[in-house]
Design a protein around this ligand. Structure first.
Ligand SMILES: Nc1ncnc2c1ncn2[C@@H]1O[C@H](COP(=O)(O)OP(=O)(O)O)[C@@H](O)[C@H]1O
Ligand SMILES: [Mg+2]
Length: 253
């Protein structure tokens, strides 16, 4: 579904935020893009969305080359950016209706669609409250509703649980899993939270300093590193966290 080949980004100040990144995301994946702060996650996701221009390499989504000025790909995807300005004066319902219109959801089905996505993110009861009065968790839920209002088959979520309390994090995880399992939406999610990624993703990429250190099915990665990490007498199974610290430490050398 997503093919990334040799993707690089050097910012205007000469800083190389992403170096020769290649990866594949399959239809149906919940693909976790994992790395510490400053690893280049947001830079990468912006290039995948066509929001900023790569300085090298290319991205294709469902066979179409992603370009900054190419709207056709953008209509197929939903994006929840890392920091997003909301229209605080709008109610959740108005906000979603606004985006449904923007994405050309036909007028006859617009109301039904908005009501549907409100339901999916558990915000039906709050739909007539202004966004300015929402908690951070509620804002993130409305943000996710916005990314799916035009029924994209692929969504990008940049640190969707950042700053949420444990319950808020769980709520968002549940929404993501439901979208994937019940609606068949492919999800590309960035996070620095290892546990979260391990809980909801089937595949992961581990990045640091703009470089891809490891990529694959979580189960395969655990298997691959089991011997390298575990001491022979240890009874604890290897976790994604162990793998993460092992490969990011290796990457430093
Ligand atoms: N517009 C920019 N100009 C120069 N450097 C940038 C710019 N945006 C981000 N960076 C730098 O690129 C690196 C990666 O940033 P980012 O992609 O936001 O990482 P992450 O999302 O993984 O925390 C950081 O060191 C950041 O300071
Ligand atoms: Mg980021």
């Amino acid at each position: 579904m997503i093919h990334v080949k040799d993707l690089s980004k050097v910012y205007d100040n000469g800083f190389k935020a992403v170096s020769n990144l290649s990866l594949h995301v399959k239809s149906g994946d919940i693909y976790g893009f994992l790395g510490p702060n400053g690893a280049g996650k947001t830079t990468t996701i912006r290039m995948l969305n066509g929001l900023i221009k790569p300085t090298g390499g290319e991205v294709t989504i469902e066979g179409t080359l992603v370009k900054q000025d190419e709207p056709s790909v953008k209509r197929k995807i939903g994006v929840l950016p890392e920091s997003h300005g909301y229209y605080n004066w709008m109610t959740g319902y108005e906000y979603l209706t606004f985006f449904a219109e923007l994405y050309d959801v036909p007028k006859e089905i617009r109301t039904e669609r908005v009501i549907n996505v409100l339901e999916m993110v558990g915000m039906s009861e709050k739909k007539n409250i202004r966004i300015g009065q929402y908690s951070r968790g509620m804002r993130q839920r409305i943000g996710i509703a916005k990314t799916i209002v035009h029924q994209p088959s692929l969504i990008f979520l940049d640190e969707p649980t950042l700053g949420l309390d444990p319950q808020g994090q769980k709520d968002i995880q549940k929404i993501i899993l439901d979208l994937n399992q019940k609606q068949g939406v492919t999800v590309f999610i960035t996070s620095h939270l290892l546990k979260e990624i391990a809980e909801i993703c089937n595949r992961v990429a581990i990045v640091k300093k703009g470089r891809l250190l490891e990529e694959g099915e979580i189960s395969q990665l655990l298997h691959k590193y089991e011997r390298k990490i575990q001491s022979p007498d240890s009874s604890q199974p290897v976790t994604l966290e162990d793998v993460f610290f092992y490969v990011t430490k290796e990457g430093e050398q």
